[in-house]
Design a protein around this ligand. Structure first.
Ligand code: MG
Length: 176
């Protein structure tokens, strides 16, 4: 370990994590993105509420802290997660990271969905994710893309989400 830059100030250790998720879109399902219900013709199919955005962010957090992945922690085969609010997964990951001394610095994410347009909902989604993580909304970026009418995303059969998360902690000084 390098000596602290200033006496009494421990250097900060940072890690980055990446997350990805996709779920099918189906009629008769609720569309929930970033924990916010959105009016739409189709919603995300899944064992839980299918919230691809929270799943991608949760996986990015777990990846940054090398704490496995969402499928390991919340197996789809486990009936207790049937219809689960994915906020539970995100909160669990946040608590796990806190236990290791990590805090989330910022989140950036992309949702790729043909319909509906997410721009009118973007700031509400960002605010909700920030509240769940106990960070400022200014530390949560969100972009929406379409599939340009091509492929499974473009035909409205599938939606995808990508996320990166930066985490940081103060390095614990090692005993000599
Ligand atoms: Mg998922």
């Amino acid at each position: 370990m390098n000596p602290p830059p200033f006496p009494g100030v421990e250097p900060t250790e940072t890690r980055v994590g990446i997350g990805y998720d996709c779920h099918r879109l189906a009629a008769g399902r609720r569309l929930v993105l970033g924990g916010i219900p959105i009016e739409a013709e189709k919603g995300l199919l899944g064992h839980s509420d299918g919230d691809i955005l929270l799943h991608a962010i949760t996986d990015a957090m777990l990846g940054a802290a090398t704490q496995g992945d969402i499928g390991e922690l919340f197996p789809p085969s486990d009936p207790q997660w049937e219809g689960a609010d994915s906020s539970v997964f995100l909160r669990h990951a946040a608590e796990l990271l806190t236990g290791y001394g990590w805090r989330v610095v910022n989140v950036d994410a992309v949702v790729i969905i043909e319909r509906p347009r997410l721009l009118p909902h973007r700031d509400r989604i960002r605010q909700n994710i920030a509240s769940l993580l106990g960070i400022e909304a200014s530390a949560v970026g969100l972009k929406a893309k379409t599939g340009e009418g091509v492929g499974p995303v473009g035909s409205g059969e599938l939606a995808e989400a990508h996320a990166v998360v930066l985490i940081a902690r103060q390095e614990t000084p090692r005993l000599m």
